[in-house]
Design a protein around this ligand. Structure first.
Ligand SMILES: [Zn+2]
Length: 375
């Protein structure tokens, strides 16, 4: 009898974009398929095991992926900036510098976000109880106990929120519980980091006045604010304004990989001070010391980021933030079915069972419980 895999609650995936693209952004199918190495145009089904992409329900069960943050990030209307996605980490000399893509208008982002959220809700409805939208920490605990896949609605980029923040209350009622103010591209609330290596994350101005109001309102409602993709000024703006734990859902240690998307030791100290946390991102370009987008990357480097983050943040403030279906994975972590290989590598590196439980889901549960109003 094989042992059950460790249940992992994960801080970031872009999976719904893959399932929703043929319906909500068909113009983007080709760019996505190319970036993720699909043999034909993206055409996945959450309930069918596939060799393409990183997450479906059969592979999640196999790998112990219990659920996590499901990001919805508006894809541009015309696909004019698809190169900016496809070229992340593509520098031949080991450097990369991708300019920030243009802003996405609120009206289009709203239409896109409603459509993608609807696809997510339809998928859950079609799951016959195998997947559930979670809005409280107790929901997640119940999902792990009952082996139901937990889906947390997350926005990566606040383009679908209006300046008056009316949409925020509506999305909260739908189930939105976490929000990245920007996905790198600028919007009315702030500015993110361009994908650059090597570079400091201090790349430009931070939050706007509307962005500051957004942080305060998220605090009031109990919506977790995600710091990944913000530049350093934006990070310190949130740190100054927010009364919630500071959280970066899918970022790594800048001391090991000097990409703009990673966190400096000074930022990590601020996260530790607020009892926040960081989810480790498996994108090879944010893991490797040389920043190369090379899947031929050992799991040792993932462990080195865990080690560094644990050293700076403590055992209670680190978790998983895979970036499945949004990035290039190391070959031994090719999809969520491979998660037990990483857990094995962590065991081999001396991580004991209590620590593995914390990293796998307990730390996320603690931070979500303290960030959300309802537990
Ligand atoms: Zn991201």
């Amino acid at each position: 009898m094989t042992q059950k895999p460790l249940p992992i609650y994960d801080g970031h995936n872009d999976t719904i974009l893959h399932y929703a693209i043929p319906q909500v952004a068909p113009h983007y199918s080709e760019a996505f398929s190319e970036f993720f190495g699909y043999r034909e145009l993206v055409n996945r089904d959450f309930f069918q095991r596939s060799e393409q992409g990183h997450i479906d329900l059969p592979r999640a069960k196999e790998g112990g992926l219990a659920g996590g943050f499901w990001a919805i990030s508006p894809i541009p209307e015309k696909g004019e900036d698809k190169q900016s996605v496809a070229s992340v980490g593509a520098g031949e000399d080991g450097t990369f510098d991708v300019p920030l893509p243009p802003e996405i208008p609120h009206t289009y982002a709203t239409r896109f976000t409603i459509a993608a959220t609807s696809e997510l809700l339809r998928m859950i409805a079609a799951s016959a109880g195998q997947a559930r939208l979670v809005t409280t920490a107790d929901d997640i605990v119940a999902c792990i106990d009952e082996e139901v896949f937990a889906i947390q609605l997350h926005f990566e980029g606040a383009e679908a929120i209006d300046e008056d923040l009316y949409a925020l209350d509506v999305w909260y009622e739908v189930g939105l519980r976490s929000l990245g103010i920007v996905w790198s591209r600028s919007n009315i609330f702030g500015h993110g980091v361009p994908f650059r290596f090597p570079s400091s994350p201090d790349t430009g101005p931070g939050l706007t006045d509307a962005g500051e109001r957004l942080v305060r309102r998220c605090n009031q409602l109990g919506i977790l604010i995600d710091l990944s993709h913000l530049n350093e000024k934006g990070f310190w703006d949130v740190a100054r304004i927010s009364d919630a734990p500071l959280v970066a859902t899918h970022s790594n240690a800048h001391a090991i990989n000097a990409a703009t998307r990673n966190l400096t030791d000074k930022q990590l100290a601020a996260i530790a001070e607020t009892d926040g946390m960081v989810g480790v991102n498996f994108h090879v370009g944010f893991l490797r010391e040389d920043g190369q987008t090379d899947p031929d990357t050992s799991l040792d480097i993932v462990i080195r980021h865990f080690d560094h983050l644990i050293e700076k943040l403590g055992e209670d403030r680190v978790g998983f933030g895979s970036d499945f279906d949004g990035a290039v994975m190391p070959r031994d972590l090719a999809d969520c079915a491979h998660l037990p290989r990483l857990v094995e590598a962590m065991r081999a590196a001396g991580y004991g069972e209590p620590l593995l439980q914390k990293l796998a889901h307990q730390n996320w549960l603690r931070v979500l419980r303290s960030s959300w109003k309802a537990t």
